[in-house]
Design a protein around this ligand. Sequence first.
Ligand code: HEM
Ligand SMILES: CC(C)=CCC/C(C)=C/CC/C(C)=C/COP(=O)(O)OP(=O)(O)O
Length: 312
Amino acid sequence: MAGTKSVLVTDKNIPDDENRDQGYKTTAFKDFLALIKIGIVNSNLITAFTGMWLALYFSDKSFLQELDIVFYTLIGSALVIAGSCAINNFYDRDIDHVMERTKVRPTVTGKINPKPVLVLGILLILVGTGLLLLTTVMAAVIGLIGVFSYIFLYTIWSKRRYTINTVIGSISGATPPLIGWAAVDSDLHLIAWILFLIMFIWQPPHFLALAMRRVDEYRAAGVPMLPVVHGFDITKRQILIWVICLFPLPFYLHSLGYIFVILATLLNVGWLVLGLKGYKKKDDIKWATQMFVYSLNYLTIMFVAMVIVTLV
Ligand code: HEM
Ligand SMILES: CC(C)=CCC/C(C)=C/CC/C(C)=C/COP(=O)(O)OP(=O)(O)O
């Protein structure tokens, strides 16, 4: 529809270099949003919200009567994720100038000095953890596990050393639904762990598809992503294996109803079919773009659907 922005992503509206280059003419607010990686924060909030929503649903609690918990969980999660992303930007400022995708970040252009970025990152994490503590200790602890795994295990230890960085990075991105669940119920239910697993397994295909699109930039920056080190054929096979691993998971969510299980399985089949097409496609980059776009829509549809099916 003219004038409205689609919620779902197409290969026409994913951020491209042309759009990013306009980032040179930024405002302080836009720089701040780039610093905290607002796209990553927002999408992780979807999964944290769903974790929290399902915990409320399965423990027969009313959303409207728990608005304080809802507020602390969402703002607390947003702040710990934003703070972690700011610290990731602080640490990576020496390689981010090499990549088209990241060279307009304020930590690279010099619009924000490194030291205040580090201080801001730490403050955001502290305030976010404080807010999560107002829910349950478990939620705050899981938040800190997310912070530790993103900053230390991924950014500092593995990102520039090992190809397995993608899998290690996936631990942090899978924690937000657990935070959401734990904020309502510290006793993590099987469903909470299935949400964790969906997010953990979803991330390698998401990131490896992106790494194929940006293979030259990652090579230039010296980041040992799978397509840089082992090439496209092995990466395509790995992507397919991760997508196949998603197949059993919706069946553990049968308590959400068969409509959800069918929808989630259709999403998995769609991703697998697109993945298999990769073996025939001559244009690997075009295929990787489609896989990346699919990953973003998959995530949104899957986690929004989990909420909708509890309402009908
Ligand atoms: C191993 C973990 C992950 C890695 C390495 C990763 C990497 C990336 C990168 C590098 C981009 C930028 C794409 C571009 O500019 O062309 C991106 C985009 C995106 N990622 Fe991920 N991601 C991971 C996990 C997640 C998680 C957990 C979520 C959501 C819950 C997520 C959601 C998104 C979204 C919505 C975008 C597009 C918006 C944007 O550019 O900010 N990612 N991802
Ligand atoms: C609770 C908590 C703190 C959760 C963390 C959530 C989170 C930040 C998920 C994203 C994980 C990830 C590896 C992103 C890529 O970073 P990158 O450095 O490779 O991306 P870049 O190249 O765009 O900088």
